[in-house]
Design a protein around this ligand. Sequence first.
Ligand SMILES: Nc1ncnc2c1ncn2[C@@H]1O[C@H](COP(=O)(O)OP(=O)(O)O)[C@@H](O)[C@H]1O
Ligand SMILES: [Mg+2]
Length: 445
Amino acid sequence: MRLSKYFMPTMKDNPSDAQIASHRLMIRAGMIRQSASGIYSWLPTGFKVLRKLENIVHEEQVRAGHIPMLMPTLQSADLWRESGRYDDYGKEMLRISDRHGRDMLYGPTNEELITDIFRDNVQSYKDLPMTLYHIQWKFRDEVRPRFGVMRGREFFMKDGYNFDVDKDSALHAYNRHMVSYLRTYERMGMKALPMRADSGPIGGEDTHEFLVLADTGESEVFYDKAILDLHLGDRAVDYDSWDQCAEIAREWTTPYARTDETHDPELFAQIPSERQGQSRGIEVGQIFYFGTKYSDAMNAKVVNDQGREVPVHMGSHGIGVSRMLGAIIEASHDENGIIWPEAVTPFGVGIVNLKQGDDDTDAACEALYKSATLLGLDPLYDDRKERAGAKFSTMELIGLPWRITVGPRGLKNGVVELTCRKTGESEELTAELALEKLAKIYQGL
Ligand SMILES: Nc1ncnc2c1ncn2[C@@H]1O[C@H](COP(=O)(O)OP(=O)(O)O)[C@@H](O)[C@H]1O
Ligand SMILES: [Mg+2]
């Protein structure tokens, strides 16, 4: 992409209504614009990152054996009356009536709808286990939408639902989700810690939230610092193995890690004091096992291997995809702007032309731009007639992990400058070597 032909309305000054860094930076980098309170348009750069996150979520869901589908944003109120949540959900639910006076709602979540689809189409244990998921816009009429996409009213969420013949099988689904979520966040370049949490309006027995540690997080969290050393890395996971998923889940749930809702000061005090961690966290996902809560209420049954009808065991699992953008920026920025992890950056490398209009420099940039594109590095070429300083500020603000600077002085010696956004370190090398280095870094992400 050439910046002169792109739409990325950046801003020098901080917007006055944005209280936290991720909100300020997303506005300033031209990623989002508010259209109504808690509702945003995703401008091209924001949309690009959102899509990358969505793709990672899809890939990891499918890897775990979960099946993608798509349910609508608008739902009929009838199903919610069946589960009893039409009244329970309160004012957070946006209620609408259509021209025939039928009660509708904009889905805040989909347990009812998926249970309805399941009960109409699945009757036998032989079709289980089954996990269906979708990534779709949700609406919750939050009292105080704030912090940009972090607590919006309309937000993009992956929500998945497992159906199992009994509790043991459903608990495997719970563990399998925990493992696949750990892998998902790691692939995004993030550390999100599973913490024992409270189940809230979804109801149920078992639940963990995944939290990214950040000062601006809305939850207070308490944890054994040992959990920070755990990495899934590239270990091979067999998602059908009950033992392996349970073992990994045990590894991550053994160190103490809880949100303020379930915090137990006595247990916490037993951790050696140098390992006691207390900070704030951003909830980027949550998994639930809730047994037969919805299948009982909505009569979703299957025939088991003894020929008996039993209510299906369920759980639900969510990742806040749009919130994740904010969480990544909260965890990765400095005073000059965003610092994207390579896995989710909107562009792989920025190319800065220090002397736009100079024949040799322009030609070198064009050649570099072509080669980088061919290598799949998805470059953003700043080909505007701007001062070098302004180009550097833009690159720092939008936070591409790598920048190649091309100027007449370097070209005389046959080199360009490669700069790492995170460390600020630069090196001079030939354009070929710079691209080779970047291709290696991006390979396999
Ligand atoms: N108002 C919101 N804005 C952005 N993301 C949200 C919002 N509410 C929930 N999410 C994201 O969706 C995920 C799943 O939602 P859920 O656990 O049902 O929400 P909650 O914990 O608010 O009841 C959350 O972990 C969070 O990342
Ligand atoms: Mg939650």
